[in-house]
Design a protein around this ligand. Structure first.
Ligand SMILES: Cc1cc2nc3c(=O)[nH]c(=O)nc-3n(C[C@H](O)[C@H](O)[C@H](O)COP(=O)(O)OP(=O)(O)OC[C@H]3O[C@@H](n4cnc5c(N)ncnc54)[C@H](O)[C@@H]3O)c2cc1C
Length: 391
């Protein structure tokens, strides 16, 4: 079966390719590497701004926010062309995909102008403060408190796993504003600039490398936040959380399919066992792309199928993890050498998927944990696809 797009989508693709041909920074310019997911080197800031100004940053957005009101199929081919070349459109992916997107959905016109547009233009960067030591999968248990005091909220508490907080300018922070309401109903969302007195960011290294400081603990001690920084309605933060994580869900499977494709290109099977595993990788890639295409077609028709997206997340994230483990295994001792490059150097990418086999395997756990663990996704599938009783 040959899947193809209509002519208008192919015209859109051709226009984007012409933009890339004329504007993608050259390799020499794109040398400086980011230190975290909120550290955007100068060249990458210029590149993001270039995309914003030309409506190619997030094509689904309106022109004033870096897009051109593109359809879901057009957004898909845009991502397809970026990933084919291993290009990142932003080195602050959460700022772009979650925080700015949430502000465009739930923010006031002032918040869009003051925070969303500068994030999209790469003038500032943002991080997401949802998880806490006692609130990960069960996010609604979060305990960071915000108490109204005149024209400010006073915030006390702690977040953890806050990617890029150490380099971000602002945190989209989920706080409890009504401790007496049922736990999903007393949550609100605040924009907290990281230079506000009382905010302490403590970065810590990940399993990938001793100098990989992207994760943070963030502590809030009597932090005063102006009431105009409340995003959405008071105590309605649960809706913002669902919207925030839902923004990229429709096309999330594509990022896993792209990593499978990278592995197909980079993994060189040597033994009969490796070849067998390689065949599994190729089949998983094909299955994911076909199921993903069906989901894409449903989204294009305006149909929502949240449970099907959980199936895609489980299949994609676990296939990447299995294949990365097999590639690491196949590389033998060399696979542990860090930072041995195991793929072509790709200056427009942030290197994570082109570094040592060990790092590629370790990073695959981001896919099976962040944005809802595989166990949580399986519960959704059990209840909403298979109709099993609720736990
Ligand atoms: C790379 C990466 C980046 C991240 N970046 C951010 C960020 O920027 N901002 C942010 O706020 N958070 C971030 N997180 C945190 C992420 O959202 C949480 O790790 C995730 O929600 C899981 O929560 P937890 O780690 O507390 O694990 P827990 O929820 O404590 O889960 C521990 C284990 O128990 C299982 N489990 C939990 N509940 C159930 C259940 N009901 N049924 C069955 N099994 C269950 C889980 O599947 C898991 O295996 C990031 C995580 C990673 C890995």
């Amino acid at each position: 079966m040959q899947l193809a797009f209509d002519a208008d989508v192919e015209e859109f693709r051709a226009e984007f390719l012409a933009f890339l041909a004329n504007h993608l920074p050259d390799e020499a310019e794109a040398g400086e590497r980011p230190r975290s997911s909120a550290d955007v080197p100068e060249w990458a800031r210029r590149w993001q701004r270039m995309q914003f100004d030309n409506g190619w940053l997030l094509p689904g957005n309106p022109p004033e926010f870096g897009g051109r009101n593109a359809s879901i199929l057009q957004q898909y081919v845009h991502l397809e062309e970026l990933s084919r070349r291993r290009i990142y459109h932003s080195f602050n992916p959460q700022g772009l995909g979650i925080i700015a997107a949430s502000l465009l959905s739930f923010g006031t016109p002032e918040q869009k102008e003051r925070w969303a547009a500068p994030i999209l233009r790469a003038e500032i960067t943002a991080a997401l403060g949802m998880s806490e030591p006692g609130a990960g999968s069960d996010l609604a248990s979060l305990r960071t408190r915000a108490v109204r005091d005149g024209a400010t909220f006073v915030v006390n508490g702690q977040k953890v796993w806050t990617s890029g907080a150490n380099e971000a300018d602002v945190l989209l922070t989920f706080v409890r504003t009504d401790p007496d309401a049922p736990k999903h109903k007393g949550i609100s969302v605040l924009l907290i600039p990281t230079d506000t007195p009382g905010v302490t960011r403590r970065p810590f290294a990940s399993v990938c490398a001793e100098d990989d400081f992207d994760f943070n603990e963030v502590f809030f001690t009597d932090v005063r936040v102006p009431v105009e920084n409340l995003v959405g309605e008071l105590n309605k933060g649960w809706g913002v959380a669902n919207g925030a994580l839902g923004h990229e869900r429709t096309l999330l499977w594509l990022s896993f399919a792209d990593r499978l494709q990278d592995l197909i290109e980079d993994f060189r099977p040597g033994t009969a066992l490796d070849r067998d595993r390689y065949a599994t990788l190729a089949m998983d890639n094909q299955a994911l792309r076909l199921l993903g295409s069906a989901a894409l077609a449903r989204a294009d028709r305006g149909e929502q199928d949240v449970a099907a997206l959980s199936v895609l997340k489980i299949l994609g994230s676990e296939a990447v993890q299995t294949a990365s483990e097999h590639a690491l295994d196949g590389a033998g001792f060399d696979g542990l050498v860090h930072p041995a490059l195991t793929a072509p150097y790709t200056p427009w990418n942030n290197d994570h998927f082109a570094s040592s086999w060990f790092e590629r395997y370790a990073r695959s756990f981001a896919g099976t944990i962040a944005g809802g663990t595989s166990e949580i996704q399986r519960t959704i599938v059990a209840e909403r696809v298979l109709g099993l009783p609720r736990s």
